[in-house]
Design a protein around this ligand. Structure first.
Ligand SMILES: *Cc1c(COP(=O)(O)O)cnc(C)c1O
Length: 350
């Protein structure tokens, strides 16, 4: 397999000159900043936000670099992983011409971003065991296939995708393979980060929205070879991560003991929920999960969803999704929340 990034990138993106901010054009030590039309007096807040944020988020990236063991120049930070997903389309996919491949049932944003960008989506469903159908994938790839999205652990099924199968794609696909590792902190499967040095076609997505408990801050991470990261920086909004998020994320990343404890408790609580669900007569299938949620097939899932909603317990109804007939996706809550869920389901089943 011959990987050629130049062949993949849209011509307009290769040609364009990126936006150059005021602070970008100056390097050196300064004390008076009259270059960016900011308010020089301050902000109507206890903390000042009158200055534009660091466009490349270097302090935060250095912290992430230390935690993840990956050089700063291989890191992109976005307004959630969703920004990184959208950038993949804008960099690589010519609207009305190129296509991508996804493996349903999977995360919805890949298709939404494709539609916004007018890019064709080829769908190769997972097998009944929620694994990749490698023969069907090979048959679907054509010369305009720019991106393949693998979500592992997969949302909404919860399982990890077989590592060997992902490696087959990495070795054979000459477009960009995006591995979405949003739930990697909960998984027994290891991250593909160490493989970045070997595969220039690999982009890995992670996020602070799940295990890290920072969904409200909006910070997604992409890890990739430097040439791909450079294109992401070229196309992104200049100040895509605001000052408050940069400061708060930096503070949070210095504070990981509670995060590790929550992850352990979540895995324990997942086992509790699985054991309790197993006892209920309405439970048909509990799918194995490497994530902080479980997919459960229940007799009359839609009715159960409505019953739970009326009790103020909201789960995700996935019963109309391919391969997920009669399935609900249940996020692991606190021990108290999980107990209440099980009590409600026991009452329903009685
Ligand atoms: C939740 C989730 C994300 C996170 O997206 P953010 O924009 O970082 O909040 C990404 N991918 C998958 C598969 C998810 O389930």
């Amino acid at each position: 397999m011959e990987f050629n990034l130049d062949r993949l990138v849209r011509e307009n993106i290769k040609r364009m000159t990126p936006y150059s901010s005021a602070r970008h054009e100056f390097s050196g030590a300064a004390t008076i900043f009259l270059d960016a039309n900011e308010n020089s007096f301050g902000s109507p807040l206890p903390q000042n936000y009158n200055r534009y944020p660091d466009p490349l988020q270097l302090s935060l990236k250095e912290k992430i670099s230390n935690i993840k063991g990956i050089p700063v120049q291989n890191i992109f930070l976005g307004n959630g992983s969703d920004e990184a997903i959208d950038l993949m389309f804008r960099i690589f996919c010519e609207p009305g011409k190129d296509n991508i491949i996804i493996f349903p049932p999977t995360y919805g944003m890949y298709e939404v971003c494709a539609e916004v960008n007018n890019v064709e989506v080829k769908k190769v469903p997972l097998t009944s065991g929620f694994q990749l159908d490698l023969d069907a994938i090979e048959a679907s790839v054509d010369e305009n296939t720019k991106l393949i999205f693998v979500c592992s652990p997969n949302n909404p099924t919860g399982n990890s995708i077989n590592r060997g199968d992902i490696e087959v794609l990495l070795n054979s696909f000459d477009g960009i393979l995006v591995i979405d590792e949003a739930y990697i902190n909960y998984a027994r499967q290891k991250t593909f980060i160490p493989e970045l040095t070997e595969y220039p076609n690999l982009v890995i997505l992670q996020t602070l929205s799940k295990a890290w408990g920072l969904a409200g801050l909006r910070l997604g991470m992409a890890f990739a070879g430097q040439p791909v990261i450079n294109y992401m920086n070229k196309v992104k909004y200049p100040y895509n991560i605001n000052t408050a998020t940069q400061q708060l994320a930096l503070e949070a990343l210095g504070n990981i003991s509670s995060v590790n404890n929550w992850t352990k408790t979540t895995v324990d609580q997942k086992e509790f929920l699985q054991a309790e669900l197993f006892k209920l007569p309405i439970t048909q299938t509990i799918y194995p999960s490497d994530a902080n949620f479980i997919l459960v097939q229940l007799t009359g899932a839609k009715k159960i969803y409505e019953y739970l909603s009326a009790k103020g317990i909201i789960v995700r109804d996935r019963s109309k999704v391919i391969l997920c007939d009669d399935c609900l996706r249940i996020t692991i809550g606190t021990p108290e929340e999980n107990k209440q869920l099980i009590e409600a389901l026991k009452q329903y089943a009685a």
